[in-house]
Write a protein that binds this ligand. Structure first.
Ligand code: GTP
Ligand code: MG
Length: 302
């Protein structure tokens, strides 16, 4: 039997649906998803099998014009993921079309995508009418030489199978890179921290989700089969701590409950989750925080 295996990088503007597509491909929620931009902060790998091919999908942070150290490290991680991949899939939002952000990505892709298989996936087709898609396909293919164009709905699953089958033929002949039943390549401590960050992002308004990070501090396997998980939420200001806690601790309680339930479901056993909020003014400038997030601190150098 000849097997195939390779890396497929999903890149695009924030909110394009990269994490949603990774999860749909893998068949499990490996990467967190919110309606807000800049949800994913580091590269997240998910593994899917298609026939004799193993596809290692690499979810990346959205590409935007970075301002802070964290933003720069995120964007560098995204382009790094593309540069290391066998196949690059650029995801565009059907209803937004060719934005200024998409134009900037295409310019950079002309360099980074050189000599690589680059495909276009127009996502969220459930939000537009067919003629829009035809116009968009034509427009984008005039701007860049995509090997193939796919019209998909990552959320609803439309076109996903066609894309997966095509990708399975693109990756090189190779032994599989992961055991056949493995779906993710991320330590459980990090998956758990991401789940909490997702719940925080969904509940907190405006800039706050971008001003915090979550780390799993301790993980204890208990004799009764349950897991005790301690996490720290780092915020940069005193005022933020109050907002994360909420009136009478209501916000943190709701976040904790939602994250605990999701983690328990994922693990298939009981979870005791303890969240603590710490003010750490300069966490955005600390190398250790970037290590924990799976980012390269130096990538954030201006
Ligand atoms: N209508 C519709 N919504 C979608 C589709 N795919 C994703 N979404 C929604 O788009 C939003 C963003 O999805 P994500 O998967 O988090 O997007 P992302 O590209 O990973 O975003 P960043 O991590 O911020 O770069 C979420 O609210 C998704 O539910 C789709 O096919 N149709
Ligand atoms: Mg994402």
């Amino acid at each position: 039997m000849t097997t195939r295996a390779g890396f497929v990088a999903l890149i695009g503007e924030p909110n394009a649906g990269k994490s949603t597509l990774l999860n749909t491909m893998v068949g499990a929620k490996v990467s967190i998803v919110t309606h807000k931009v800049q949800t994913t902060r580091a590269r997240i790998r998910g593994v899917a099998m298609e026939g004799d091919s193993q596809l290692v999908f690499v979810d990346t942070p959205g590409l935007f014009q970075p301002r802070r150290r964290l933003d720069r490290a995120m964007v560098a991680a995204a382009w790094g993921g593309a540069a290391d991949a066998d196949v690059i899939v650029l995801m565009i939002e059907a209803h937004r079309g060719v934005t200024a952000g998409v134009e900037r990505i295409l310019t950079q892709l002309a360099e980074i995508g050189k000599g690589r298989t680059v495909a276009l996936a127009i996502n969220k087709i459930d939000r537009v009418e067919a003629p829009v898609l035809l116009g968009l396909t034509k427009d984008l293919n005039e701007r860049f030489e995509f090997v193939e164009t796919f019209m998909i709905s990552a959320e609803k699953g439309h076109g996903v199978e066609t894309l997966r089958k095509w990708l399975a033929e693109q990756v090189p002949e190779s032994p599989w890179l992961y055991p056949e039943d493995q779906i993710a390549d991320l330590p459980m401590r990090m998956i758990a921290a991401e789940m909490t960050r997702e719940k925080l992002t969904l509940r907190l308004h405006q800039e706050l989700p971008y001003q915090l990070t979550v780390e799993t501090e301790a993980w204890e396997e208990r004799k009764d089969g349950s897991a005790k998980v301690d996490q720290i939420i780092y915020v940069s200001r005193d005022g933020h701590k109050g907002i994360v806690l909420g009136h009478k601790g209501e916000t943190i309680k709701a976040v904790s409950k939602a994250a605990r339930e999701e983690l328990a479901e994922f693990l298939g056993r009981k979870v005791h989750l303890f969240l603590q909020v710490k003010v750490r003014e300069k966490w955005l400038e600390e190398a250790e925080r970037y290590d924990q997030m799976g980012l390269d601190f130096k990538d954030g150098n201006a």
